[in-house]
Design a protein around this ligand. Structure first.
Ligand code: ATP
Length: 432
């Protein structure tokens, strides 16, 4: 994990937030390569779960909502962690994360367990006396429930259908830790899928299969993934059934995403609290009902971390160590690096020209500094799937060498064919 964290900082994937001021615990900044990686992952999710499906539509709702949303959803009363404080060093811990009944930092005595609401409060309005106190959303899904009727009546969607959203969520986590795994500001990728109660089990199974397959297609090894079934007595207040996909991170198994059957809890709770009917009218069957909700709820940061952990590889090549990020090409921040063998004799100009053309198709990087072998290694370390070398022969016959990252195999091809060769291999529908 330390090696990965250091590579992420050194290469511009992930930085600590406000580092020059000493940092903010639980907040992270995605640098030039990190933002490309995470955006590719979110776009791939959207491509798979919204774009190519005919039964899911998208939403991008506001982060700040009416405070009554959080009362009706149960968050004001029940979004609690049970915490204990150390009477000596005053550090606070989540009780369920402790292994012994003394402080893990100083060995001090702990207080009795207390309830701690992890929503972040904020104020809306310019006059303190009349400002509305509300929260930064702790999950993206409530805005989907609140917009349920607006969406289905504007899009003429019919149950079964889903609404998907990708966006920020905020939780005042007691112990943010394990790099970006547990942050206070993070991004969720959530779907609320509305179906008839009698179809819930069938859809639950279909969703399990879809979710599993998506992580495999991100390049996660199957032996590092498992399902965890929440025991009935430990289910959240809204849930009829919850399963999590867990990943075996270097620090142990951790939740990547949940899949919950939320029943009719949320639509009914918001109907009751707002006085607005959130049922669905099925014209064909001439029947009105409140749909059951299945919720595949994923974290973009946790999926990004899993992908980074799975990709990090140390190998020996001809007696030398090579660090290579074996990222799925569709996720790689840079798809192709264009490297002139030498700067002189017009070779750099051909390479620059090629890069200009290719960057309209996919992300590229131009590098003319240093020995070619070292330049390949630099690209390996950030997961660039293809390196294109322009050399003296290019001037003679208009061909270049394309080197593939994992196999390090090199093929010679006409310069005009490079874009068409690479493009399908880095697209979202390319099967790795
Ligand atoms: P945990 O038990 O790890 O605190 P949770 O069960 O509270 O997680 P959910 O409420 O089910 O998490 O949220 C759905 C998804 O959002 C999680 O599977 C995870 O990917 C992501 N997520 C939740 N909390 C965080 C966090 N603090 N930092 C990063 N991602 C998070």
């Amino acid at each position: 994990m330390d090696k990965l964290v250091s590579l992420c900082k050194r290469k511009g994937f992930i930085f600590q937030s406000s580092a020059i001021y000493g940092g903010v615990n639980g907040c992270w900044d995605f640098g030039p390569l990190g933002v490309e990686l995470k955006r590719n992952l979110k776009d791939d999710w959207w491509y798979n779960f919204v774009q190519i499906r005919d039964d899911i539509v998208g939403l991008d709702a506001s982060i700040i909502m009416h405070p009554d949303v959080w009362k009706a959803s149960g968050h004001v009363d029940a979004f609690h962690d049970v915490v204990v404080d150390c009477t000596e060093c005053k550090h606070r811990f989540r009780e369920d994360h402790l292994e012994a009944d003394k402080c893990p930092d100083c060995g001090g005595k702990l207080t009795e367990p207390m309830q701690f609401n992890s929503m972040l409060k904020t104020q809306l309005g310019v006059n303190e006396a009349t400002a509305m106190e509300t929260y930064l959303r702790p999950e993206t899904c409530q805005s989907i429930f609140v917009n349920f009727k607006e969406v289905y009546s504007s899009c003429r969607t019919k149950v079964p259908f889903g609404i998907a959203q990708v966006g920020k969520a905020f939780r005042n986590e007691v112990n943010p830790r394990n790099f970006i795994f547990r942050s206070r500001e993070f991004e969720q990728m959530e779907i609320e899928f509305f179906c008839k109660e009698e179809d819930e089990e069938e859809w639950f199974e279909k969703w399990q299969a879809e979710i599993w397959s998506w992580y495999l297609r991100l390049g996660l090894p199957e032996e590092k993934m498992r399902w965890f079934e929440h025991p009935k007595e430990a289910l959240a207040h809204y849930s009829k059934r919850t399963v999590d996909v867990e990943y075996n991170f270097p620090f142990g198994w951790g939740e990547l995403q949940g899949l919950a059957n939320r029943g009719t809890f949320d639509l009914k709770a918001h109907s009751e609290a707002s006085g607005k009917d959130l049922s669905f009218f099925d014209q064909q069957a001439n029947e009105r009902f409140v749909p059951t909700v299945l919720e595949p709820s994923a974290g973009a940061d946790r999926a990004t971390l899993a992908v980074l952990c799975a990709a990090y590889t140390e190998e020996e090549v001809k007696g030398e160590q090579r660090i290579v990020m074996k990222l799925a090409p569709k996720l790689a921040p840079t798809k192709a690096a264009i490297l002139p063998l030498v700067k002189k004799d017009g070779i750099a100009d051909i390479a620059k020209d090629l890069e200009k053309k290719l960057r309209r198709k996919f992300t590229t990087y131009y590098d003319q500094a240093g020995a070619i072998g070292r330049r390949y290694r630099r690209q390996d370390e950030v997961g660039t799937p293809f390196c294109i070398c322009v050399d003296y022969d290019t001037k003679e016959d208009n061909t270049v060498t394309v080197r593939e990252r994992d196999s390090m195999e090199q093929v010679r091809m006409p310069i005009d064919e490079v874009a068409a060769y690479i493009e399908p291999k880095v697209s979202f529908d390319h099967e790795a």
